[in-house]
Design a protein around this ligand. Sequence first.
Ligand code: UTP
Length: 275
Amino acid sequence: MSSIKKCLFPAAGYGTRFLPATKAMPKEMLPIVTKPLIQYGVEEAMAAGITGMAIVTGRGKRALEDHFDISYELEHQIAGTDKEELLNTTRHIIQRCTFSYTRQIEMKGLGHAILTGSSLIGNEPFAVILADDYCVAEGESVMGQMVKLFEKYQCSIVAIEEVPSNETYRYGIIEGQEEAEGIYRISNMVEKPGPEEAPTNLAIIGRYILTPDIFEIIEQTPPGKNGEMQLTDALLVQAKQGRVIGYKFRGRRFDCGSVEGFVEATNYTYARQKR
Ligand code: UTP
């Protein structure tokens, strides 16, 4: 059993970079080869010993709920054929996990999406996976690595990676003391800085473990960049108290929120499956 029992998936964003594909379909249902992004995320959480999946959805996102449910007609149709096994992975997930959903009514940013999910989480530390950041790891899953670290440090953990300095404007960038190889005690964070303001090139990516006091902090944090409730601003409050660890994870991340990253992930996964 993992010390982290629930994983929150903020999945309410509009996914405008994928229009028109995302007009009537959630971005998280875009497939990398034959599996939707959200399923990779759920499988990663399961690999970390987590079975409570909490999904923050929005308008037009019902396909997400249907995906993690039985489709009687379809199952009946393919029963006894060689296609039956194609549904094995979703069957396994449905049997082992519980799913809960809530809707974000107004898309006021990632911080707001996480606050919206608080009713599904309660007062316990929890994982967060942004399914459009698709992570592959040889060996232990990225979230599995982070849960181990949480067990040691008992504070919020954010996954970080080095990015080119001309890309810092797309991320939350951290600054901190390297306590052990690839493990930083974060002292400062800046949301989407240009190359001149970026204190380092260490970017936060879409994997977090958060302690539940984050909800109250988000509530009290005024809207930041673009008038959105930024998670980075709330995390900074914890970081100033020395309670956030940045972790350079082992593995590779694809930014599937961008068309380029999505195509790269597709090619990579297809080539690996053919091997
Ligand atoms: P992004 O900014 O990458 O997603 O948010 P987006 O807004 O859907 O994408 P574009 O820019 O329009 O193409 C990062 C994550 O946070 C979630 C998104 O679903 C995504 O997983 N999110 C963002 C919410 O759930 N609610 C929000 O209000 C904002």
